[in-house]
Design a protein around this ligand. Sequence first.
Ligand code: MN
Length: 228
Amino acid sequence: MRATVIPAPEPVLLDVEGVTEQFPVRRVYCVGRNYADHAIEMGGDPTREPPFFFQKNADNIYNGEAFPYPPLSSSVHHEVELVVALSGGGTDIAVGDALSKIYGYAVGIDFTRRDLQDAAKKMSRPWEASKAFEKSAPVGALMPATKIGHPDAGAVWLDVNGARKQSGDLNQLIWKLPEIVAELSKLFVLAPGDVIMTGTPAGVGPVVRGDRIDCGIDGVGRLSLTVI
Ligand code: MN
């Protein structure tokens, strides 16, 4: 590699359960409104209208232990989600080939500055300030699909200070994992290192500094962190 005129950015690396090697992150894609009950609570249509996607920055994702409350928001919401990590890629991936592109899975949170998102929606402006901010995507350790398979059911839950706030099941996903990968690959060239956050069940709500958050997906893993 040729010398760089400023220091090259550090790679973004996620922990993998049970091994010392880490998973290098390339891009972070997110699916909007992918559980019917959450689509309804956000004022949307719970039917299978085509999925829509947005992105976070690769360096927004991290091995989560603490979540620093971001500036310029008084309504930061938790969204617990199944995180998919790709080992393969391409364009126009067939639904039947999609699972072979997946390295593994983790539990993550798509933290959202809901007040900024609501304002952006009203003004038809982009979502980055509400979604792609610093440390907005803490995740737990990745579980390789070679160990846990490809989950299509399992409780998805999130507690704040011991009280259950979100609960759903992977079997309620409007767009299933192979369909998400296939649809996304129509829009973008997917590649190893890409991460997809697959949407959140109902019960999203605000967090404040000092909150203890515990969340998990049965068969995949858990994530616990404090809002600082
Ligand atoms: Mn989300």
